[in-house]
Each structure stands twice: as structure tokens, then as C-alpha cells.
Design a protein around this ligand. Sequence first.
Ligand code: MYR
Length: 178
Amino acid sequence: MSRASNRFDTKKVNSELVTLTYGALVAQMVKDAENTDDVSKQLERLGYNMGVRLIEDFLAKTGTGRCMDLKDTADKIQSAFKMYLGVQPNVANWSPGGDEFSFILDTNPLTDLVELPDDLKNLKYCNIICGVIRGALEMVQLDVQSWIVQDQLKGDQNTEIRVKFIRRLEDAMPAGED
Ligand code: MYR
């Protein structure tokens, strides 16, 4: 066997590890929580906390400057998907006012080997991604809402994550200055 064909596909192994680890985390949260809605909220919150930290890594690694507009921001998030999840979603379904758009994922590494049992059909399994987007953008003074529109786990063809611009936040004032 040649060396090349004997080599692990490290990216594939890493993505399977992410899928399995995330699955185990969600399963534990489901066990601990009172109801499915609570788990969905916790997943969003967890993602938010990750996004708040991840933005620094993203900006440092990419040397990204300030975005000119929401289209620019959407492109940056698209490249962040590639960096952190290994998939490149399409940016689509812009609202007429240009304040809302979607990321469409054909494949979603978080849900690759996952099947939801009937009693968890309402679970927003991928809410962590919505939270990451919200947390990261808040750190660059963008208040957004993000939610799941289509979900392959519910039988939809794609995963669609919607992002809505709410408002630009004021730069935080240093303590004692106002
Ligand atoms: C700016 O305007 O200051 C730069 C904005 C860069 C936004 C980058 C947001 C990264 C979001 C990460 C999402 C990862 C999803 C897996």
C-alpha cells in the first residue's frame, strides 16, 4: 500500500470528532435540562460565549479590517465557516431592505451522523452556530438576531441559518468615562 493511500484524512477525522463531541454534549444537556426549549436556549448561549472569544482569533488570523457593509460582513462570516467548520455555505436570500440574509449549508458537520429521536424533534440542534454568529458580531458592534430556518435533521434539504441586522452598537466606553 502506498504511503499516500495509507494516510488518514485528518480533516475528515477532525470533523467526525467535532460531530461526535458535539453530539455527546447535546445528549448530556438534554439529560440535565427540564425541556427541549431550555436546551435550545442553552446551546445558543454557549455559542454566544464562544463567538465572543472566537472573533479575536478570527481577526488575528485573517487580519480583517472593518466591514464596509452587511454584505462584506456576510462574506467574512462565510470564510469563518470554512475556517472553523470546514464548510463554505452560500450566502443567499437577501431581504429587499438588505438587512437580512441566510447561510445555506449543503452539508453540516454538526449533524453528519445525527438522527433526532421523535421526542426531540423541536430541538434546535444547531443553535450553537446562531449563538456564535451573534456573539462574534456583538464584539464588532453589530447587534444581530440569528435563527435556524431549515434543518436537515428535520428532513429539509439544507441547513439555512438566517441573520438579521438589528442595530449598530455604540463603542463601549472605558470605565469611568461617559
Ligand atoms: C468588522 O466589521 O469589524 C469585521 C467583522 C468580521 C466579522 C467576522 C465574524 C466571524 C463570525 C464567526 C462565525 C463562525 C461560524 C461557524
